[in-house]
Write a protein that binds this ligand. Structure first.
Ligand code: G3P
Ligand code: CA
Length: 375
């Protein structure tokens, strides 16, 4: 007797369920990511969609969210009066008009300013000057964002809620920032277990158990993050250089004769295989669920570093039961290269391009989304 539609559907769902159960119980990075609620491969919007809008501003984060990025990446700092906010650089010169608003303090670290002072700065006009082909009048006057404001953005689209991928930036400058972060995430309900009544398949990343990923280059901060938030997935960021993986060569950039930093970094490699493995082992021992290594980019540029995503490196990391999220890649040729080498997700300034590469293109163009958001 042929099966009815209901019976067929049930059978199919049982088979699918069995498949999912098998995937979850099988070893391997995809299954690990799925168990953690982390998309595989993951699209991590580096400082927001920062190729198309000023980094770490509302325009960049709303764009990344509405394009469908899995995570909004941010570098966490704390103002003089204790407010958590997002900024990559140690000082405000590159991405704001601090030199004209606070000329005497222009070289001061950002944490020497109160949040009210930081909010007076224009964090958008530098982008228009640096990238005239991507400039928009509405970017002028964009503000530095608090973590609270970025959380509001992450929660703000009813159809797609990205997660947050938060780096403790120069954490030694901010004693206790790991605890402050925990309190903020807790207050905002971002540390509660995934309690949604929606079926798993309907959950956005920002509603599941991988909704926050914590990242740091600093061993001491990883340990504090683990102490404060043991249940939250963590990534140890890797690069070759001071305070991180020991290099094979001790020749500095100045001594090297190289005129291009990317060319210098491309030659950097770990002292030996064991040195790389020690860092992966350390990450695992401290409870990290993966590493965030650097990459050497085909076209060079200021985000091109040592190649730490060689196949043997990714294989070793996977063999330890850890994921690999590589930073920071914007070109298809490099997406292809690092995916072939085995990574599990990519930090990118161009979320729209990476989504296309993963065959998950956004429904609207970058220009349309920017306009829809009022810029
Ligand atoms: O957080 C990963 C990647 O962002 C590391 O580089 O310097 O852009 O924070 P950076
Ligand atoms: Ca970062």
């Amino acid at each position: 007797m042929p099966a009815t539609f209901t019976q067929s559907a049930l059978l199919l769902s049982l088979l699918l369920g069995l498949g999912q159960a098998q995937a979850a119980s099988e070893p391997g990075p995809a299954a690990l990511a799925t168990r953690m609620g982390i998309p595989h491969p993951a699209v991590i919007a580096h400082r927001g969609a920062s190729f198309d809008a000023p980094e770490s501003t509302a325009a960049a984060y709303k764009l990344a969210r509405d394009l469908g990025a899995d995570y909004l990446e941010l570098d966490l700092q704390r103002s003089k009066d204790g407010v958590l906010f997002a900024l990559h650089d140690n000082n405000l010169q590159r991405t704001t008009d601090v030199a004209s608003k606070f000329p005497e303090r222009k070289d001061s670290p950002a944490n020497a300013f109160t949040m009210a002072e930081l909010k007076t700065l224009d964090a958008g006009s530098w982008f228009n000057a640096a990238y005239p082909d991507r400039a928009r009048p509405a970017f002028a006057g964009l503000k530095i964002l608090t973590l609270d404001e970025i959380i509001d953005i992450a929660q703000g689209n009813p159809l797609h809620k990205p997660g947050l991928y938060i780096e403790t930036k120069e954490p030694k400058q901010f004693p206790g920032i790991e605890h402050d972060l925990k309190e903020k995430l807790q207050d905002r309900g971002w540390l509660s277990p995934a309690g949604s009544k929606l079926a798993k398949s309907e959950l956005s990343v920002g509603q599941g158990k991988g909704k926050v990923v914590l990242q740091t280059f600093e061993k001491s901060s990883l340990e504090l993050l683990q102490k404060e938030m043991p249940q939250v997935p963590k990534i140890l960021l890797l690069w070759v250089g001071e305070g991180n993986i020991e290099p094979k060569s001790t020749v500095t950039f100045a001594q090297s004769g190289d005129t291009d930093k990317a060319a210098y970094y491309a030659k950097q490699q770990p002292k030996d295989k064991a040195e790389f493995q020690r860092w992966v082992d350390y990450a695992k021992a401290q409870g990290a669920i993966g590493t965030g290594p650097s990459a050497a980019l085909t076209q060079g540029g200021d985000q091109s570093y040592a190649d730490l995503v060689q196949p043997w490196m990714n294989q070793y990391t996977h063999d330890q039961g850890l994921l690999v999220h590589v930073y920071t890649i914007d070109e298809a040729v490099d997406y292809q290269k690092v995916m072939a080498a085995g990574v599990d997700g990519i930090f990118t300034n161009r979320a729209s391009e990476l989504l296309k590469f993963y065959k998950r293109p956004a429904a609207a163009s970058v220009a349309q989304v920017i306009r829809n958001n009022g810029y």
